[in-house]
Design a protein. Structure first.
Length: 338
């Protein structure tokens, strides 16, 4: 539930636009509270969680430090919100970054059965102003005026920080729907966050490294057709959909099967972890949301020149490939035409 809110206006320092700080909180009516709550929170649908980090000590991350103070003492809410706004203003080094209103919001968490609750702090920035029409009576007719305001359909930028896991950088969700040509401004320059090491992360990264191996590395090392690649991709997604827990040994034996391919994938995974500076677990609970998101890119399609696309969903044995006097061909076996 929204319990505290303050609004600042953050200009672009490079463009010599001002930073305007409110000296007191905004006190919305109940109806406005409900509108703002829905607007701020509806964009955070993903189960992907991030955490604050610092190149030195965590306390040196400005947003982490201010949010920690707010969680410790809500009397510091206004003061720390000003620090957050000042930090956002100071890190703006791209003239394309748009100015906008910065909302700092304190949400009271719902009480659990054991009496505990997790509060959260929201940081939201609006940048786009949408045109709208105002219609009002004028004598015995109506007049129309054009105006600009904040649309309620989509949040431009936001971060929702939960008061849990403080020692490891809290848990937070982040959205950036308006990158202004600067993809680092919100995630890296301002918040300085990275993805949390949880089941969503491990599910996502395992599928990512596997797909890259099948589509890029496997054909370089082994004689592999596009149909074989499609089969590997289908088997992997089915594995993740059918199992509750991922086990690396079971996965490689069931999906890759061949010992040489398994060894090759293991080497590729190690190189990937080193290059990306991540550590992917070999056993973890599978996150359904991460599987659903990643599976959208696991489309097993064989593209044949500009004439045909073959979508492969099932048994690899029902596809044959060859070549005759007319050229290369695929032969497909089926029981009925749907």
């Amino acid at each position: 539930m929204l319990s505290k809110i303050i609004i600042h206006r953050v200009g672009n320092k490079i463009n010599q636009e001002p930073l305007v700080l409110s000296q007191e909180e905004y006190l919305p009516a109940e109806e406005m509270k409900e509108i703002l709550e829905e607007y701020f929170l509806k964009s955070f649908k993903s189960e992907e969680h991030f955490r604050f980090y610092s190149d030195t000590y965590l306390v040196n991350n400005p947003v982490y430090s201010s949010v920690s103070e707010i969680f410790e003492d809500k009397a510091k809410f206004v003061y720390e919100s000003e620090n957050i706004a000042q930090h956002l203003y100071d890190i703006t080094e791209n003239p394309r970054v748009q100015n906008g209103e910065l909302f700092i919001v304190y949400f009271e968490g719902e009480e659990n059965k054991d009496g505990s609750k997790i509060d959260s702090v929201g940081i939201f920035k609006t940048e786009n102003k949408n045109p709208f029409l105002k219609i009002f009576p004028n004598g015995e007719a109506f007049d129309i005026e054009k105006d600009y305001g904040i649309g309620l359909s989509k949040l431009d930028k936001g971060a929702l920080i939960y008061n849990t896991g403080k020692d490891t950088g809290f848990a937070l969700k982040v959205v950036d729907n308006n990158k202004n040509g600067d993809m680092y401004y919100w995630f890296e320059d301002f918040l300085k966050v990275k993805q949390r090491d949880d089941e969503y992360f491990h599910t996502q990264e395992t599928l990512a490294v596997y797909k890259e191996y099948i589509t890029k590395q496997l054909p370089q090392e082994f004689e592999t057709t596009k149909a074989d690649q499609a089969d590997f991709l289908n088997k992997s997604i089915n594995f993740f959909k059918e199992k509750e827990v991922f086990d690396y040994e079971s996965f490689t034996k069931e999906v890759l099967q061949d010992d040489n391919v398994i060894e090759s994938f293991g080497n590729f995974k190690s190189d990937y972890e080193a290059d990306m500076q991540v550590s992917i677990a070999e056993e973890f609970p599978i996150n359904e949301a991460a599987v659903k998101k990643q599976s959208r890119s696991f489309k097993s399609v064989i593209k044949l020149d500009k004439n045909f696309h073959i979508y492969v969903h099932g048994d690899r044995k029902l596809i044959e490939t060859g070549q005759d006097e007319k050229g290369k061909y695929y032969r497909l076996y089926f029981e009925e035409e749907l």
